[in-house]
Design a protein around this ligand. Structure first.
Ligand code: SIN
Ligand code: MN
Length: 272
């Protein structure tokens, strides 16, 4: 998938792009089956919340091994629509995933993701340059009521803002000081709600300020995320590194797979 010069300009200006209905309904169905298959797996990379203990996040779907390994998610992460787009925006062929995850945000119980820049945490992981981008895939229709993502256009051009550890939800997140955020938001265009049908995708710069609210709707809001880094920008050693599922040490360049590999990777339906 070749981005147009207008899309590349918009990414540089706003820090994100949205691709409506890019993943076909049949592919979304395969990916959703995978989320259901992994739902009750007790993996190190699964964080749960709420009375129903639904996953808030399930990490490390893209590798060939591990408890949350998923062949369809692995294929999607390497497809021209995903890897190919990240290669164009990061200006490099050799990319790897710092991590991948599905955020479930369960009906009624799924909680907020406070305003943050992904690079706030990733810089602390030992990654020196903000040559990174996050690719998001909606696996449900995302609405404002169900807690869609909000982007603050142009905020990636602020550079990295000092991060603090927000411990208010089940997933401890490096967020941004509220006084600093309010000061910046007063001077910024209003946040953009990234809503859309299942299959809609977006990619955003690692310094783009983003957040999402509590899910007040009767349905879950499932979204997959692939966080790309250039192989040349792999982390330096840090004291007490975060676990592999969130700070990958697989720095081998990802090998592309065709778009058709997502459906081909679906678990076979067994005959009676
Ligand atoms: C994230 O920023 O990592 C996730 C936000 C969301 O799923 O709403
Ligand atoms: Mn984020």
């Amino acid at each position: 998938m070749q981005l147009t010069p207008e899309q590349i300009d918009a990414y540089r200006r706003d820090g994100f792009l949205v691709f409506p209905d890019l993943v076909a309904p049949a592919e979304v169905a395969v990916l959703r089956d995978e989320v259901e298959r992994l739902w009750d797996v007790e993996a190190e990379g699964t964080v749960r919340e709420g009375a129903r203990r639904a996953p808030k996040s399930m990490f490390r779907l893209h590798e060939a091994d591990g408890a949350n390994a998923s062949a369809p998610f692995r294929a999607l992460s390497r497809s021209p629509r995903v890897l190919g787009v990240a290669q164009q925006l990061l200006g490099a062929d050799d990319l790897y995933l710092h991590h991948s995850k599905v955020n479930v945000k369960a009906a009624i119980e799924g909680s907020v993701w406070p305003w943050h820049q992904d690079f706030g945490a990733w810089n602390l992981d030992g990654i020196e340059r903000p040559d990174m981008a996050t690719y998001m895939v909606m696996l449900d229709d995302a609405t404002e009521l169900s807690g869609c993502l909000y982007m603050l256009p142009g905020s990636h051009r602020w550079g990295r803002t000092e991060a603090y550890l927000d411990t208010s939800t089940a997933y401890r997140l490096w967020s941004v000081r509220h006084d600093e955020l309010i000061r910046r938001m007063r001077e910024s265009p209003p946040p953009v709600a990234v809503t859309g049908r299942a299959g809609t995708c977006a990619i955003f710069h690692c310094n783009l300020m983003h957040a999402s609210g509590h899910n007040l709707s009767m349905g879950d809001r499932w979204q997959a995320y692939f966080c790309f880094n250039t192989c040349a920008n792999r982390p330096v050693d840090v004291a007490n590194p975060r676990p592999d599922y969130v700070r990958s040490r697989n720095w081998a360049p990802m090998q592309p797979m065709p778009d058709a590999a997502v459906l081909a990777a679906a678990a076979p339906v067994l005959a009676d």
